[in-house]
Design a protein around this ligand. Structure first.
Ligand code: ADP
Ligand code: MG
Length: 322
C-alpha cells in the first residue's frame, strides 16, 4: 500500500546541513500496522511527512495505493492526499469549534454538502466512541478524547492509509492503551493501513505487525515483528525483550514466537541428561500472538548439544551470562 524507495532529505539551515533521510526504503502491506521507532531527531517525522508529500524528498519516490505521489503537484496531489489521513501528537484541534465542527472541517474544505456532512460526522463520532461529545469544545475533553477527535477527523475523507506521528506520546499509559486498541480496531473494521512513528518500544510490541528501527536518517533494521523476534542478533528483539541483568554463566534465555505443545524441557533433560532450573519467564502478546520467554540455568556435560536441539526446534536461544 505504501512503497517508498531511496528517500533522501537534507535540510539546509544557515550554516549547517542536516540529513534527515539518508536512503530510506519503506514498504507497508495493505491492512498492516507498521511502526517506525527511534530516538528524537532520527528522522521519523520527516519520513512520515514525506509519505504524504507534505515534505518533498530530494531524491526517491513515494507510491501510495499504486499512485506515485512524487510525480504529482497542486490539485492532483491534494486529491491524492485525501486517501491519507494524519494524526498528530498534540491533536491540532481548532479550539473555537465543537468536536463535531472539528471533524466536519476537512469535509467542508472538500466541499461536502451539509446533510452528508452531518451524517458522516455522526458515523465518525460513533466509530471513535464520542457520540455524546459532539457539542463539547476541545478544552472540555481529556487528552484521550482529544486524540479520538483527531482520529475521527483524520478518517473523515475515508482514507485507505492513516499516518500517526506519536499519537500516544502525550497520553498516560491507560489512555495510550485505549487509543492503541482503537487504532487496531479501525484497522480490523475498515481495513486501514497504518504507518505510525513512536519513540516507545511498547507501542511496537502492542500493535505493530512490522517495524523498523530508525537512526540518523536510516533504517537500521526492519521486518515483521514476529520474524525479528526469532532472529538471533536482532536489535528490535533485544529492545522488546532485554536480556535479564543478572545471569550466571549457565543462564540462557529461550524465546519462542509461537505456542508450544511439545514438552521440550522434559525432553531435554531426558535426551541430554542436563539439569534445568527455571529462573523466570512469561508470555506476552506481540503482534496479536503469544510470545513465550523462559529464563533457565542449564547445566551438564551435554549442555551445548541441548542448546542446539532447542535452536533446531525453532526456539531462539541466547546466553545471558557474562
Ligand atoms: P524525529 O521525528 O525522529 O524526532 P525529525 O524528522 O523531526 O526527527 O528530524 C530529523 C532531523 O531533521 C533533526 O535533526 C531535525 O532537527 C531536522 N529537521 C526536521 N525538520 C526540519 C526543518 N523543517 N528544518 C530544518 N531541520 C529540520
Ligand atoms: Mg518527530
Amino acid at each position: 500500500m505504501i512503497d517508498a524507495v531511496g528517500l533522501h532529505k537534507v535540510y539546509r539551515l544557515k550554516k549547517r546541513r542536516v540529513t534527515a533521510l539518508n536512503g530510506v526504503d519503506l514498504r507497508v502491506e495493505p491492512g498492516e500496522i507498521y511502526g517506525v521507532v527511534g530516538q528524537s531527531g532520527a528522522g521519523k517525522s520527516t519520513l512520515l511527512r514525506t509519505v504524504n508529500l507534505l515534505e518533498r524528498p530530494d531524491a526517491g519516490t513515494v507510491r501510495v495505493g499504486g499512485e506515485e505521489l512524487t510525480s504529482l503537484r497542486g490539485a492532483g496531489l491534494r486529491t491524492a492526499r485525501r486517501r491519507i489521513g494524519m494524526v498528530h501528537q498534540h491533536f491540532a484541534l481548532l479550539a473555537s469549534r465543537t468536536v463535531a465542527g472539528n471533524v466536519a472541517f476537512p469535509l467542508e474544505v472538500a466541499g461536502v454538502g451539509r446533510t452528508e456532512r452531518r451524517a458522516r460526522v455522526g458515523e465518525l463520532l460513533d466509530l471513535v466512541g464520542l457520540a455524546d461529545k459532539a457539542r463539547a469544545h476541545p478544552s472540555q475533553l481529556s487528552g484521550g478524547q482529544k486524540q479520538r477527535v483527531g482520529i475521527a477527523r483524520a478518517l473523515a475523507s475515508r482514507p485507505d492509509v492513516l499516518l500517526s506521528d506519536e499519537a500516544t506520546s502525550a497520553l498516560d499509559p491507560a489512555t495510550t492503551d485505549s487509543i492503541l486498541a482503537l487504532l487496531r480496531r479501525l484497522r480490523d473494521e475498515l481495513g486501514l493501513t497504518i504507518l505510525l512513528i513512536t519513540h516507545e518500544m511498547d507501542v511496537i510490541k502492542r500493535i505493530c505487525d512490522s517495524a523498523a528501527i530508525m537512526e540518523a536518517g536510516e533504517f537500521r533494521e526492519s521486518g515483521r515483528v514476529l520474524d525479528l523476534i526469532g532472529t538471533p542478533g536482532s536489535l528490535l528483539a533485544r529492545s522488546l525483550f532485554p536480556l535479564p541483568d543478572r545471569g550466571g554463566p549457565d543462564t540462557v534465555v529461550v524465546t519462542y514466537p509461537r505456542s508450544y505443545d511439545e514438552p521440550l524441557m522434559s525432553e531435554l533433560t531426558r535426551r541430554f541428561d542436563v539439569d534445568v532450573n527455571i529462573l523466570g519467564g512469561g508470555v506476552e502478546q506481540v503482534a496479536g500472538q503469544s510470545v513465550g520467554r523462559l529464563i533457565v540455568d542449564l547445566r551438564g556435560a551435554r549442555r551445548g548439544p541441548a542448546l542446539s536441539y532447542l535452536a533446531e526446534h525453532g526456539l531462539l536461544v541466547e546466553e545471558a551470562g557474562q
